[in-house]
Design a protein around this ligand. Structure first.
Ligand SMILES: NC(=O)c1ccc[n+]([C@@H]2O[C@H](COP(=O)([O-])OP(=O)(O)OC[C@H]3O[C@@H](n4cnc5c(N)ncnc54)[C@H](OP(=O)(O)O)[C@@H]3O)[C@@H](O)[C@H]2O)c1
Length: 332
């Protein structure tokens, strides 16, 4: 079968190669991948900026497809089912945080950017009927992360004012859609006027260009402030995020695309009763609740582009350059 592996001695750092078709172990299922999707994690791997990298490992955490074969002990009813894969392995029993054995599909274990993948049977879920293959593949990692950030950690309430930063990102577009579905008034930021317009079309109330130095002062004046901020950039934007908050607001971080914050205005933090909250992906319970939310409100992931596996380098480059609005997907 064909698969896209990390290969750091190649100019592109990734390579489409022939690999043996995986064999199901006990309690595993073999999925014939119909579509897969990229996360920024895949690009961090290609850049060599992810821990414990191994060349020759199939990249990709997100995928959807058909159950093609069953390992010993798996219910035969699953054969032929249309499913998507939860890439979060070994979360553990503590809902507050993942266990030490927590792993994400697609490094160090083989991922979804291949024609077939073997996964534990408890990682698969029925594909929501209203989604096509690319939309279903776009869902797992980013939607799980956004669900936990907005609902579990952010505790969003109907009527809350919510800012989702960098709305062009894969996680961010889910965060905006989930907050809207739950009755929040959603504001967004982006580097791109076109992406801000796309977010307004999704239901956002207003957008701010974070490349403009005074964007947070303008946002505060225009909106009266946020109850909740969902951010995956961190870096030097932290003072802006704190400025745009109402007293008592929560800022939930799921990423640090822009690195560590240079400064933290501690007095502003405590005087304004702000909460800085970290979050990572989500538990199995979060995944189930995320799927229920997506089905209840027939939420559709925004698919930015669909590439064949043979054009994986272009797909990764699109993510590297931040050109996308929503999820970049690949098909075998
Ligand atoms: N903790 C977790 O479980 C978890 C899960 C998923 C992702 N992540 C991390 O979260 C980050 C985003 O992941 P992703 O897959 O959604 O990536 P992505 O699709 O590549 O999106 C990245 C987005 O970041 C935005 N951005 C860049 N600089 C910004 C700034 N200064 N202020 C605000 N936004 C900025 C851009 O938005 P515009 O294009 O709109 O300007 C860009 O589209 C990555 O660092 C990733 O590693 C963590």
């Amino acid at each position: 079968m064909k698969g896209i592996v990390l290969q750091r001695d190649q100019a592109a750092k990734i390579q489409l190669i022939d690999l043996p078709k995986p064999v199901c172990g006990p309690q595993e299922v073999l999925i014939q991948v119909k579509a897969a999707a990229l996360n920024h994690r895949d690009e961090w791997c290609r850049k060599g900026l992810y821990p414990n990298l191994k060349d020759g490992v199939v990249l990709g955490s997100d995928g959807a497809g058909l159950v093609a074969e069953l390992g010993a002990g798996v219910d035969p009813i699953l054969i032929g089912k249309e499913v998507l894969i939860n890439p979060a392995k070994n979360w553990g029993t503590n809902e507050k945080a993942q266990s030490r054995d927590f792993e994400i599909l697609g490094m160090p274990s083989h991922g979804t950017l291949a024609e077939y993948i073997a996964v534990p049977a408890d990682r698969i879920h029925a594909k929501p009927n209203h989604l096509n293959w690319e939309e279903a593949a776009a869902l797992p990692l980013a939607a799980l992360t956004a669900y936990r950030a907005v609902v579990v950690k952010g505790q969003v309430q109907a009527g809350d004012q919510v800012l989702v930063t960098g709305v062009g990102g894969g996680v961010a577009q889910f965060a905006a859609q989930f907050a809207l579905a739950l009755g929040a008034k959603v504001f967004v930021s982006s580097s791109s006027p076109e992406k801000l317009s796309q977010a307004l079309a999704l239901g956002a109330s207003a957008g701010f260009n974070y490349l403009q130095l005074d964007w947070s002062a303008a946002a505060l004046q225009q909106t009266g402030g946020m109850d909740l901020v969902i951010d995956g950039a961190a870096g030097d934007t932290l003072p802006n995020l704190m400025e745009v908050c109402k007293p008592g607001a929560r800022i939930v971080f799921y990423g640090a695309t822009r690195g560590n914050p240079g400064q933290l205005e501690a007095r502003k933090l405590f005087w304004n009763q702000l909460q800085l909250i970290g979050t990572t992906m989500g538990s199995d319970a979060d995944f189930l609740q995320m799927l229920q939310l997506v089905e209840k409100f027939t939420i559709k992931p925004v698919v930015d582009a669909v590439y064949p596996f043979s054009q994986a380098e272009q797909a990764f480059d699109r993510m590297k350059e931040g050109k996308q609005f929503g999820k970049i997907t690949l098909v075998p």
